[in-house]
Write a protein that binds this ligand. Structure first.
Ligand code: NAD
Length: 481
């Protein structure tokens, strides 16, 4: 089965690499030539645990290739994934410019050698499946070979036969079908999430598309493959459920999942803020109510708010969709608003503890929006750094992985980068845990205490042992505790 994945970012690269591991012949396409060149040389442009060796082995076996030639790659493939970015516009609406460009190019490239399945893996607004179908058809109208073939057929059969009697390969629907296959992987555990997903969602209007995607994913659905060393099969992982549904429902499933997860965190943060005022401890409270089987303990960590490339943009896009249909999404708006306010919590706690921020040195432990990734999109650390700099503080930062990405993508931030947590703490009036990297759970508190100017720790992720921190002589401020 030949597969083309367009968009070689966090989703496309992981999807293509894992499918190649499963024995599919995959070509990953991107417009970014530097990215493709680096990948051809075996270098992953993103940090994702376990990804680099899988890319190398896919390339060595000839199952994984990289290209900037979209049209040639489409022609040699049966299944074509669209996995380009869909970032937010200032209005909150999803920017579909990349999806549009790719869909038209696919139409310009299609031939009639086989029936293609074009799969929206990008997170796209409801109705995008139909829209992509329209764009591919528009691309077909600019497809010289296809138009020539149509003209030849028309000349051979003049007057033209009715559409129902035309040769199958001349009708667009016989050349291609569009399906939706939203992605649920999490950065940091993307390989395991791809091989052992909670479910696979396939939305399509024709059984052929569903069947081909089921066949593509069969080793995952049946769990018949030998796991790579970097992603052993969890003991509890048996067959993976497949949700086959219509296009619109598949598109909505993705938005609903992200909106629910974001709401869960905002809910925990709201309860944390009330806990703080009444003298309860959010960690104890979550332990108590998360054990309720109807609620579950996951995604209830209070802190400085959610971030990343998906939650904010997907909730905003869903709000935009609701508005387009004259529905007021009050709960979704609150989810976003609670998170916006939560982003202020670290700075508020610094103000309460240090009083004057101007001229103080603040160290940020963690930059990435979550551990095990170098992704900084919509990371709370960026906003905290901006606020503190604007208030006249000197801001230092340390992150085990994301420093280079931060330096390259956010040069406007006036950050001083440190090479370790200990180096970060030097001369600091306070340090703030912004990302819950595992190494921050085991900080050498005595060493930190020796080099800091004032002993203040703001635990923006509630990951430190409060008693140990206080015993080391620090003022400890968590969130909701
Ligand atoms: P990304 O920004 O990391 O990658 C997108 C890639 O598409 C980039 O390499 C870019 O150069 C390429 N691209 C843009 N225009 C192109 C074009 N015309 N032709 C070819 N390539 C083009 O994005 P991502 O994080 O991988 O997300 C992709 C989609 O998947 C988004 O819709 C996102 O919402 C969704 N998603 C992301 C995650 C995640 O954790 N990152 C999880 C689930 C779903």
């Amino acid at each position: 089965m030949e597969v083309c994945v367009v968009g070689t970012g966090y989703v496309g690269l992981v999807t293509g690499t894992c499918l190649a591991y499963l024995g599919r012949s995959v070509v990953c396409v991107d417009i970014d030539e530097r990215k493709i060149q680096a990948l051809r040389e075996g270098q992953s442009p993103i940090y994702e645990p376990g990804l680099q060796p899988l890319i190398a082995s896919g390339q060595q076996r000839g199952m994984l290739r990289f290209s900037t030639d979209l049209e040639a790659s489409v022609r040699e493939s049966e299944i074509i994934f669209i996995a380009v970015g869909t970032p937010p516009l200032p209005s909150g609406r999803a920017n579909l410019a990349a999806v549009e460009a790719v869909a038209r190019s696919i139409g310009r490239a299609l031939d009639w050698e086989r029936r293609r399945v074009i799969v929206n893996k990008s997170t796209v607004p409801i109705g995008s499946g139909n829209w992509v179908e329209m764009l591919v058809k528009e691309g077909l109208s600019e497809n010289a070979a296809y138009q020539e073939r149509l003209a030849l057929a028309a000349r051979a059969e003049s007057p033209a036969p009715p559409a129902s009697r035309r040769l199958p390969a001349f009708r667009p629907e016989d050349l291609f079908l569009v399906a939706s296959n939203p992605e649920f992987l999490r950065e940091g555990s993307a390989i395991a999430d791809t091989f052992y997903p909670d479910r696979i969602v396939i939305g399509a209007s024709e059984a052929h598309a569903t069947e081909r995607l089921r066949a593509l994913y069969e080793p995952i659905i049946e769990q018949t493959f030998s796991p790579p060393p970097s992603a052993p099969r969890p003991a509890e992982c048996a067959a993976v459920p497949v949700v086959t549904t219509d296009l619109a429902s598949a598109e909505m499933i993705k938005y609903a999942a992200n909106a629910f997860l974001a709401t869960k965190i905002s809910f925990a943060n709201e309860i944390a803020n009330i806990c703080e005022r009444v003298g309860a401890d959010i960690k104890e409270v979550v332990r108590g109510f998360g054990l309720d089987g109807r609620i579950g303990p996951q995604f209830l960590n209070a802190g400085v708010g959610w971030g990343g490339s998906c939650f904010g943009k997907d909730v905003s896009a869903l709000i935009d969709i609701a508005q387009e249909y004259h529905y007021e999404p009050a709960l979704l708006r609150s989810t976003v608003e609670v998170n916006r306010r939560q982003r202020q919590v670290a700075v508020q706690k610094l103000q309460e503890t240090l009083k004057i921020i101007k001229g103080k040195t603040i160290g940020l432990l963690g930059l990435a929006f979550k551990p095990e990734t170098d992704d900084l999109r919509d990371a709370p650390a960026l906003e905290i750094a901006r606020q503190l700099s604007d208030m006249g503080a000197r801001v230092k930062a340390y992150d085990p992985i994301a420093v280079e990405a931060c330096r390259a993508n956010y040069p406007e931030l006036k950050l001083e980068y440190a090479a370790s947590a200990a180096a970060l703490a030097e001369d600091c009036d306070a340090v703030v845990v912004v990302t819950e990297w595992d190494e921050f759970r085991h900080l050498d508190l005595c060493q930190l205490a020796e080099v800091m100017r004032a002993k203040v720790i703001i635990d923006g992720r509630n990951v430190l042992d409060r008693e140990a921190v206080e015993q080391a002589g620090f003022v400890y401020r968590g969130v909701g505790r």
